[in-house]
Design a protein around this ligand. Sequence first.
Ligand code: CA
Length: 224
Amino acid sequence: MKILLIEDDAVLGDGLSHTLNGSGYLVTVATSGGYAEQLLRAQDFDLIVLDLGLPDMDGLELLRKLRLRKLALPIMILTARDNINDRISGIEQGADDYMTKPFELKELEARIHALIRRCYGGFNDAIVIGRLTLDPRNHRLSVDDEPLTLSAREYGVLEILLLQAGKVVSKDRMAQRLTNDDDALTDNAVEIYVHRLRKRLEPFGVMIRTVRGLGYLLEATTDA
Ligand code: CA
Protein backbone atom coordinates (compact mmCIF):
# COMPACT_ATOMS: atom_id res chain seq x y z
CA MET A 1 0.00 0.00 0.00
CA LYS A 2 1.36 3.37 -1.00
CA ILE A 3 0.70 6.39 1.18
CA LEU A 4 1.31 9.98 0.19
CA LEU A 5 2.04 12.04 3.29
CA ILE A 6 1.61 15.76 2.62
CA GLU A 7 3.23 17.44 5.61
CA ASP A 8 5.72 20.31 5.79
CA ASP A 9 6.84 19.68 9.39
CA ALA A 10 10.05 17.67 8.95
CA VAL A 11 10.03 16.14 12.44
CA LEU A 12 6.43 14.98 12.21
CA GLY A 13 6.95 13.86 8.59
CA ASP A 14 9.97 11.73 9.52
CA GLY A 15 8.29 10.24 12.59
CA LEU A 16 5.17 9.38 10.68
CA SER A 17 6.87 7.87 7.68
CA HIS A 18 9.13 5.85 9.98
CA THR A 19 6.14 4.48 11.91
CA LEU A 20 4.15 3.70 8.77
CA ASN A 21 7.11 2.13 6.97
CA GLY A 22 7.50 -0.09 10.01
CA SER A 23 3.96 -1.39 9.49
CA GLY A 24 4.69 -2.28 5.88
CA TYR A 25 3.40 0.81 4.07
CA LEU A 26 5.42 2.60 1.42
CA VAL A 27 5.42 6.26 2.35
CA THR A 28 6.29 9.22 0.13
CA VAL A 29 6.51 12.60 1.83
CA ALA A 30 5.57 15.83 0.03
CA THR A 31 6.43 19.00 1.93
CA SER A 32 4.29 21.29 -0.21
CA GLY A 33 0.92 21.19 -1.94
CA GLY A 34 2.53 21.86 -5.31
CA TYR A 35 4.88 18.92 -5.02
CA ALA A 36 2.02 16.71 -3.85
CA GLU A 37 0.01 17.62 -6.96
CA GLN A 38 3.00 16.79 -9.12
CA LEU A 39 3.42 13.38 -7.45
CA LEU A 40 -0.27 12.61 -7.76
CA ARG A 41 -0.16 13.25 -11.49
CA ALA A 42 2.77 10.88 -11.92
CA GLN A 43 2.00 8.05 -9.49
CA ASP A 44 -0.78 5.99 -7.98
CA PHE A 45 -1.31 6.06 -4.23
CA ASP A 46 -3.73 4.14 -2.03
CA LEU A 47 -4.20 6.77 0.66
CA ILE A 48 -3.36 10.41 1.36
CA VAL A 49 -2.53 11.93 4.74
CA LEU A 50 -2.97 15.67 4.31
CA ASP A 51 -1.85 18.41 6.67
CA LEU A 52 -4.10 21.44 6.32
CA GLY A 53 -1.39 24.02 7.09
CA LEU A 54 0.92 23.86 4.07
CA PRO A 55 3.47 26.51 3.10
CA ASP A 56 2.22 27.13 -0.44
CA MET A 57 -1.50 26.53 -0.18
CA ASP A 58 -4.31 25.76 2.21
CA GLY A 59 -4.72 22.01 2.61
CA LEU A 60 -8.48 22.44 2.17
CA GLU A 61 -7.87 24.02 -1.23
CA LEU A 62 -5.74 21.05 -2.25
CA LEU A 63 -8.45 18.68 -0.99
CA ARG A 64 -11.05 20.50 -3.12
CA LYS A 65 -8.83 20.24 -6.20
CA LEU A 66 -8.21 16.53 -5.67
CA ARG A 67 -11.91 15.74 -5.30
CA LEU A 68 -12.69 17.87 -8.40
CA ARG A 69 -10.27 15.66 -10.29
CA LYS A 70 -12.39 12.74 -9.05
CA LEU A 71 -9.49 11.26 -7.19
CA ALA A 72 -11.27 8.57 -5.25
CA LEU A 73 -8.63 7.44 -2.77
CA PRO A 74 -9.19 7.83 0.99
CA ILE A 75 -7.89 11.02 2.58
CA MET A 76 -7.03 11.56 6.24
CA ILE A 77 -6.58 15.20 7.22
CA LEU A 78 -4.28 16.48 9.94
CA THR A 79 -4.97 19.82 11.47
CA ALA A 80 -3.11 21.76 14.12
CA ARG A 81 -5.95 24.18 14.32
CA ASP A 82 -8.27 23.53 17.14
CA ASN A 83 -10.99 24.70 14.90
CA ILE A 84 -14.14 22.70 14.48
CA ASN A 85 -14.96 24.59 11.26
CA ASP A 86 -11.84 23.31 9.53
CA ARG A 87 -12.71 19.76 10.42
CA ILE A 88 -16.29 20.19 9.24
CA SER A 89 -15.18 21.73 5.93
CA GLY A 90 -12.62 18.97 5.54
CA ILE A 91 -15.22 16.28 5.92
CA GLU A 92 -17.67 18.20 3.70
CA GLN A 93 -15.04 18.45 1.01
CA GLY A 94 -14.43 14.76 0.95
CA ALA A 95 -11.92 13.88 3.64
CA ASP A 96 -12.62 10.46 5.11
CA ASP A 97 -11.22 11.03 8.58
CA TYR A 98 -9.25 13.66 10.47
CA MET A 99 -6.87 13.99 13.40
CA THR A 100 -6.08 17.07 15.43
CA LYS A 101 -2.44 17.75 16.32
CA PRO A 102 -0.80 16.87 18.56
CA PHE A 103 -1.59 13.18 18.37
CA GLU A 104 0.09 9.89 19.19
CA LEU A 105 1.71 8.30 16.15
CA LYS A 106 0.24 4.95 17.20
CA GLU A 107 -3.26 6.40 17.16
CA LEU A 108 -2.83 7.81 13.68
CA GLU A 109 -1.47 4.47 12.53
CA ALA A 110 -4.50 2.66 13.95
CA ARG A 111 -6.86 5.14 12.26
CA ILE A 112 -5.06 4.64 8.94
CA HIS A 113 -5.42 0.86 9.26
CA ALA A 114 -9.14 1.35 9.96
CA LEU A 115 -9.56 3.68 6.99
CA ILE A 116 -7.88 1.21 4.67
CA ARG A 117 -10.12 -1.56 5.97
CA ARG A 118 -13.17 0.61 5.39
CA CYS A 119 -12.18 1.75 1.91
CA TYR A 120 -10.67 -1.44 0.60
CA GLY A 121 -13.18 -3.76 2.23
CA GLY A 122 -12.14 -6.95 0.49
CA PHE A 123 -8.59 -6.40 1.53
CA ASN A 124 -9.59 -6.88 5.14
CA ASP A 125 -10.16 -10.59 4.74
CA ALA A 126 -7.49 -13.21 4.49
CA ILE A 127 -6.66 -14.03 0.88
CA VAL A 128 -6.07 -17.66 0.02
CA ILE A 129 -4.38 -18.77 -3.15
CA GLY A 130 -2.97 -22.24 -3.59
CA ARG A 131 -1.62 -23.27 -0.18
CA LEU A 132 -0.75 -19.67 0.61
CA THR A 133 -2.72 -17.43 2.95
CA LEU A 134 -2.13 -13.71 3.32
CA ASP A 135 -3.58 -11.79 6.22
CA PRO A 136 -3.39 -8.21 4.94
CA ARG A 137 -4.09 -6.70 8.36
CA ASN A 138 -0.73 -7.77 9.74
CA HIS A 139 1.08 -8.54 6.46
CA ARG A 140 1.43 -12.14 7.60
CA LEU A 141 1.91 -14.90 5.09
CA SER A 142 1.52 -18.55 5.86
CA VAL A 143 1.61 -21.91 4.15
CA ASP A 144 -0.44 -24.63 5.82
CA ASP A 145 -0.44 -22.48 9.00
CA GLU A 146 3.37 -22.20 9.00
CA PRO A 147 4.64 -18.62 8.62
CA LEU A 148 6.41 -17.76 5.37
CA THR A 149 8.89 -14.90 5.34
CA LEU A 150 9.58 -12.90 2.19
CA SER A 151 11.88 -9.95 1.62
CA ALA A 152 10.16 -6.54 1.60
CA ARG A 153 10.35 -6.34 -2.20
CA GLU A 154 9.05 -9.88 -2.68
CA TYR A 155 6.19 -9.10 -0.33
CA GLY A 156 5.53 -5.88 -2.28
CA VAL A 157 5.27 -7.77 -5.57
CA LEU A 158 2.92 -10.31 -4.02
CA GLU A 159 0.70 -7.65 -2.45
CA ILE A 160 0.35 -5.78 -5.75
CA LEU A 161 -0.61 -8.99 -7.56
CA LEU A 162 -3.06 -10.02 -4.86
CA LEU A 163 -4.70 -6.59 -4.74
CA GLN A 164 -5.32 -6.82 -8.47
CA ALA A 165 -7.19 -10.08 -7.86
CA GLY A 166 -6.97 -11.99 -11.09
CA LYS A 167 -6.02 -9.04 -13.29
CA VAL A 168 -2.79 -8.62 -15.19
CA VAL A 169 -0.39 -6.13 -13.60
CA SER A 170 1.90 -4.35 -16.06
CA LYS A 171 5.61 -4.16 -15.46
CA ASP A 172 5.39 -0.35 -15.43
CA ARG A 173 2.78 -0.34 -12.73
CA MET A 174 4.77 -2.82 -10.70
CA ALA A 175 7.93 -0.71 -11.11
CA GLN A 176 6.15 2.40 -9.99
CA ARG A 177 4.37 0.86 -7.01
CA LEU A 178 7.37 -0.95 -5.57
CA THR A 179 9.21 2.20 -4.61
CA ASN A 180 8.53 5.46 -2.86
CA ASP A 181 11.34 7.22 -4.72
CA ASP A 182 10.66 9.57 -7.59
CA ASP A 183 12.25 7.10 -9.95
CA ALA A 184 10.46 3.87 -10.68
CA LEU A 185 12.50 0.66 -10.61
CA THR A 186 14.00 -0.49 -13.87
CA ASP A 187 12.27 -3.25 -15.82
CA ASN A 188 15.25 -5.41 -15.06
CA ALA A 189 14.87 -4.98 -11.30
CA VAL A 190 11.17 -5.81 -11.49
CA GLU A 191 12.00 -8.98 -13.44
CA ILE A 192 14.48 -10.01 -10.76
CA TYR A 193 12.00 -9.55 -7.90
CA VAL A 194 9.26 -11.34 -9.81
CA HIS A 195 11.65 -14.17 -10.60
CA ARG A 196 12.66 -14.55 -6.94
CA LEU A 197 9.08 -14.48 -5.73
CA ARG A 198 8.04 -16.97 -8.41
CA LYS A 199 10.68 -19.42 -7.13
CA ARG A 200 9.51 -18.94 -3.54
CA LEU A 201 5.84 -19.49 -4.31
CA GLU A 202 5.97 -22.30 -6.86
CA PRO A 203 6.24 -25.11 -4.27
CA PHE A 204 3.00 -23.89 -2.69
CA GLY A 205 0.79 -24.07 -5.75
CA VAL A 206 1.03 -20.40 -6.64
CA MET A 207 2.23 -19.33 -10.05
CA ILE A 208 3.20 -15.94 -11.43
CA ARG A 209 2.38 -16.11 -15.09
CA THR A 210 4.09 -13.75 -17.54
CA VAL A 211 1.56 -12.43 -20.02
CA ARG A 212 3.74 -11.39 -22.91
CA GLY A 213 3.62 -7.68 -23.63
CA LEU A 214 1.12 -7.09 -20.82
CA GLY A 215 2.58 -8.01 -17.47
CA TYR A 216 2.11 -10.54 -14.70
CA LEU A 217 -0.77 -12.54 -13.38
CA LEU A 218 -1.02 -14.50 -10.12
CA GLU A 219 -2.68 -17.88 -10.41
CA ALA A 220 -3.17 -21.01 -8.37
CA THR A 221 -1.88 -24.16 -9.98
CA THR A 222 -3.93 -27.30 -9.53
CA ASP A 223 -1.17 -29.80 -8.86
CA ALA A 224 0.09 -28.58 -5.48
CA1 CA B 1 1.98 22.27 8.55
